[in-house]
Design a protein around this ligand. Structure first.
Ligand code: UDP
Length: 480
């Protein structure tokens, strides 16, 4: 992106939450605005800056005005859990007073705050600094959930597995009750908590990590019917332009980038499936076993980033290592058909490699956008949060993916339901990777969307323009 000389007096603060799926895009946001000439400051818990300080240092070296401000905690208070497993309800309220003092001292032109800092709206509004909300979701899932709240179609079905259609959407979207977050099922509810919503109503507006061409009807619905004001400025992950940034995003990868890249370089274009379920999901050993058998039977090459594991099997077996089918890892090494990463994967680096031709994903919003931006078709395997809605966007609206057949929504901290079987895993992988006519169509659509994603963030693209519009709005507010 080109530096804008018009914007150099604008100072924006970014206040990320302390978990992977929320923290990562907020850091990208700060870097994106710095690339547009804004003075960006990332306000972080003191123990939290380590995971992204190197990419910020590189941006500074290249002349951008970006810095990290670690908050000083009051004596005796513990910082929030800051590894990538910080969950949606991690308490960050110990940051309240330090943030308040910082805002009073510095008075930035605005602060973009993550909605999971539930206390932050009151503190920021009391100081009088313009506040913008970041909630990490796309417009399709928010619109679909709003229409569910209004019409409650799930109240009219008899069972958890009886399909219903969400009324009022431009596309036919069918779901089951079993795929819904629990709060939708509460009577008179089905929406974010009042506190969260009020906080959006009282804000200057919302920044959305998405792009217009991805979900035009839903961007329109969200802007017209739901948001006070919205700037749709993604995919923010595309601000990571060099290998170091891609390799270290979020945290240090559990594999060195060179061995990962040389493994991929030896593969044919579009021949490898990347398998990952994000930063939070904890799969049971039984589910991992079914995935392992399904992947092996699919005959497709794959890189599998194995994240968190829920618990050992009831019989006491299946601790961290011994759930894999016997001999699988040796067979994979010998045949060079599979690469298993235990821990954090350099996801952007992998997804953007030309050998990667498919992505089995839990449909977290960042991962969805990253798959879209890389132009790869997906095998959708949602678990929690709004992931079942994102799945429908991928498979039923964009038609760039195949559902594995996940039926059970599970809270991030609860025992997952019965596993999706190996036959389903194998069948879905084959549909995406077999090179047949339908797969080729899907791949063509995915590639086209990937191109559109890249165009959106280039100068003159829709996301670029909306980011500029936000900067202009902040500049004009300074003058009043
Ligand atoms: N991620 C990564 N390596 C991993 C797992 C996750 O880089 O091994 C990144 C991924 O690229 C994405 C984020 O972590 O940016 C996960 O966010 P998402 O919204 O997809 O899911 P969540 O982790 O919040 O469930």
């Amino acid at each position: 992106m080109v530096q804008s000389s018009m914007a150099d007096e604008v100072e924006m603060f970014f206040f990320p939450f302390v978990g992977g799926g929320h923290q990562i895009p907020m850091i990208d946001l700060a870097r994106l605005f710095a690339s547009l000439g804004v003075k960006s400051t990332i306000v972080a818990a003191p123990n939290n800056a380590l995971s992204f300080q190197r990419s910020i240092a590189r941006d500074r070296d290249s002349g951008r005005s970006i810095s990290i401000h670690p908050l000083d905690l009051p004596p005796g208070s513990e910082p929030p859990d800051s590894d990538m497993s910080a969950a949606p309800f991690t308490d960050t309220s110990m940051l309240q007073e330090p943030l308040r003092h910082l805002l009073i001292a510095r008075r930035p032109d605005c602060i973009i705050a993550d909605t999971f800092h539930r206390w932050s709206a009151d503190v920021i509004d009391a100081v009088g600094v313009p506040r913008i909300v970041f909630n990490g979701n796309g417009c399709f899932s928010r619109s679909a959930q709003e229409l569910m709240r209004i019409h409650r179609p799930h109240d009219k079905v008899d069972s958890e597995y009886c399909p219903f259609e969400i009324p009022g959407l431009p596309d036919r979207i069918v779901m089951t009750k079993s795929q819904l977050p629990h709060f939708h099922k509460l009577s008179g509810s089905g929406k974010l908590s009042g506190r969260t919503l009020n906080s959006e109503d009282r804000s200057l507006g919302v920044v959305v990590n998405s792009f217009l061409d991805l979900e035009p009807a839903y961007v329109e619905y969200f802007k017209k019917e739901m948001a006070k004001k919205a700037w749709v400025i993604g995919p923010v992950s595309l601000c990571n332009r060099n290998v170091e940034d891609k390799a270290e995003r979020g945290q240090r990868a559990a594999i060195d980038e060179q061995s990962c890249l040389s493994w991929l370089n030896a593969k044919e274009p579009n021949s490898v499936l990347y398998v990952s379920f994000g930063s939070l999901a904890r799969l049971t050993p039984k589910q991992l076993l079914e995935i392992a058998y399904g992947l092996e039977a699919s005959s497709c090459s794959f890189i599998w980033a194995i994240g968190k594991i829920f618990e050992p099997m009831e019989n006491g077996e299946g601790g961290r290592e011994d759930w894999l089918p016997s001999g699988l890892e040796e067979r994979l090494k010998e045949s060079k058909r599979g690469l298993i990463i235990r821990g954090w994967a350099p996801q952007l680096l992998i997804l953007e490699h030309p050998s990667v031709g498919g992505y089995m994903t839990h449909c977290g919003w960042n991962s969805t956008l990253e798959g879209v931006s890389a132009g790869v078709p997906m095998v959708t395997f949602p678990h929690s949060a709004e992931q079942f809605f994102n799945e429908k966007l991928i498979t039923d609206v964009l038609r760039i993916g195949v559902q594995v057949g996940s039926m059970e929504w599970t809270s991030w901290n609860a025992q997952p339901g019965p596993p999706v079987g190996r036959e389903k895993v194998e069948a879905a992988v084959r549909k995406v990777m077999d090179g047949g006519e339908k797969a080729a169509e899907m791949r063509r659509r995915a590639k086209e969307l990937g191109e559109k994603a890249k165009r959106a963030v280039e100068e003159g693209g829709s996301s670029y323009e909306e980011a500029e519009a936000l900067i202009q709005e902040l500049k004009s507010r300074k003058k009043v």
